[in-house]
Design a binder for this molecule. Structure first.
Ligand code: MG
Length: 302
């Protein structure tokens, strides 16, 4: 049986002061990068060979194609990420983005011809200035030459700083994916309008989960993941889905769409191609856009 020695009160107090300090010093020692420190030596003795790039003897994941940590599973291709935008400066797109507007010209865009040009695509007449494009009333909507379906889309927009109207008359425009499915653009900062028509709404179908609008005149951002609908033999086999972030805030979480945009009507799907142009809506208000890019959804490494 161990004999417990009586400890004096003074020693006991001193011990209670010293021991936490001593303990923290001792416990920190193994992590100090001191020469001769055994723990440090043990850590640095590992070489690249001690860290295998993968395994060939682990169990197969459900589906049987790849093992857990499979050394032969294709690594995702490398993408250099972009940079964030500021109020004064648009950011840089990721390295593999399809740049739809680079801040300089509308060479990737076209518009519906009017008058003698009816039925033809013509060069758009929207204004290009200071790294952005701006709608010009009565010149019509513009749409990309590039056709896109399943994609990640980044687009920035700003409504007029001077507020002149109300409801749907304040900075109305829209991002129409495939020319059909509208994510509404509107000045929804202290602006009451119908919920399924405010900024970031899937127009006429679903209001955004929250109103993350910035003040009129400030640059706002949509980051959208769009899954195009699928048709087979003229029948819808999978509807469209949209995930939308408005200024980094989730507005729609893989929301199933009812069909293309309709005004004052219930929509339904009509068969169409797998890809279509991205369209920016002209609604009579001078709305600006910048830093527009897309990435096709790519699951080749799966
Ligand atoms: Mg609109």
């Amino acid at each position: 049986m161990a004999i417990q020695r009586p400890v004096s009160k003074v020693n006991s107090v001193a011990a209670s002061l010293v021991s936490p300090l001593l303990f923290s010093l001792v416990s920190a020692l193994p992590f100090l990068a001191l020469p001769g420190n055994p723990a440090h030596a043990q850590q640095t003795s590992k070489t690249v060979q001690d860290y295998p790039a993968g395994y060939t003897d682990t169990p197969f994941l459900p589906g049987g194609k790849w093992r857990v940590h499979d050394i032969n599973r294709p690594r995702p291709r490398v993408v250099t990420p972009g940079t964030a935008s500021t109020e004064d400066q648009p950011g840089r797109p990721p390295s593999d983005a399809i740049v739809l507007f680079n801040g300089e010209d509308l060479s990737n865009w076209q518009a519906e011809g009017r008058g003698e040009e009816q039925g033809n695509s013509v060069a758009p007449e929207w204004k290009v200035a200071n790294g952005y494009i701006e709608t010009v009333p009565k010149t019509g909507s513009i749409f990309t030459k590039e056709k896109l379906g399943d994609m990640q889309l980044h687009i920035e927009w700003a409504t007029p700083k001077n507020v002149r109207a109300a409801s749907q008359g304040r900075g109305n425009s829209g991002v129409l994916i495939m020319g059909l499915y509208e994510i509404q653009v509107l000045d929804s900062y202290n602006n009451v309008s119908y919920a399924d028509g405010q900024a970031a709404a899937i127009y006429g179908q679903y209001p955004p989960l929250v109103n993350a609008s910035r003040k009129p005149g400030e640059w706002q951002v949509y980051d959208i993941i769009f899954e195009a609908p699928r048709f087979e033999a003229g029948q819808l086999v999978r509807p469209a889905f949209a995930t939308v972030f408005h200024n980094g805030v989730l507005a729609h979480h893989r929301q199933e769409l009812m069909g293309p945009m309709r005004h004052k009507a219930v929509t339904h799907y009509e068969p169409h191609e797998a890809e279509g142009p991205l369209l920016l809506q002209s609604h009579g208000n001078p709305v600006r856009y910048r830093n527009i890019w897309a990435r096709r959804l790519d699951d080749a490494s799966r």
